[in-house]
Design a protein around this ligand. Structure first.
Ligand code: IMP
Ligand code: MG
Length: 173
């Protein structure tokens, strides 16, 4: 595996994203929704840079099973508890790939009538996008490659790595 985003680069990107969010939502309160499991580290780092009043919730979605390619089916393993009607909502993802997972979630959230709804992702992986996703805040843009580390897993492993690595073709870890 090869390092693509160092802990330092991730931190810089996170600080920049939070700066933009703080600016855009000045005078407002926001509600962050992290998509588990992958987003738990990014959300934890991002939220500590947020200076506007905010609340946090999580939803657990899964579309992968144990392969490196999306199965196309999205399973809601832990549904949202807090109602979001009238709130300024930002969905926080560590990576958007095909967009299947997020498209379903965004439809559901939109139906609840939030005051606004935006997406913040650390990595926007665009090469396999199938659903049109409005990504308002992105840390990094990448065409292709399977990433691990900083919350990103391969079959539940490697989430603990502080940097983000790309798996090289044919590599077995
Ligand atoms: P999508 O529905 O194809 O956009 O997939 C979204 C979810 O798949 C992400 O939130 C991740 O949890 C997972 N995922 C997508 N790409 C990668 C990757 O490169 N490494 C690890 N997990 C990934
Ligand atoms: Mg995810």
């Amino acid at each position: 595996m090869r390092l693509v985003y160092s802990p330092h680069a991730i931190r810089e990107a996170t600080v920049q994203l939070a700066k933009q969010i703080n600016k855009d939502y000045k005078g407002h309160q926001i509600h962050l929704i992290g998509v588990l499991k992958g987003a738990f580290i990014f959300l934890a780092d991002l939220v500590r840079q947020i200076e506007v009043p905010c609340s946090v919730d999580f939803v657990r979605l899964s579309s992968y099973g144990s392969s490196t390619q999306s199965s196309g089916r999205v399973e809601e393993k832990i549904p949202l508890k807090d109602p979001i009607g009238g709130q300024h909502v930002i969905v926080v993802e560590e990576i958007v790939d095909s967009g299947t997972t997020l498209a379903k979630l965004l439809d559901e959230l939109e139906a609840q009538g939030p005051a606004s709804l935006r997406v913040c992702t650390l990595v926007d992986k665009t090469g396999r996008r199938e659903a049109e996703i409005p990504v308002h805040y992105r840390g990094f843009r990448l065409e292709a490659g399977f990433l691990i580390g900083y919350g990103l897993d391969l079959d539940e492993r490697y989430r603990n790595l502080p940097g983000i690595y790309v798996m090289e073709e044919g590599e077995t870890l």
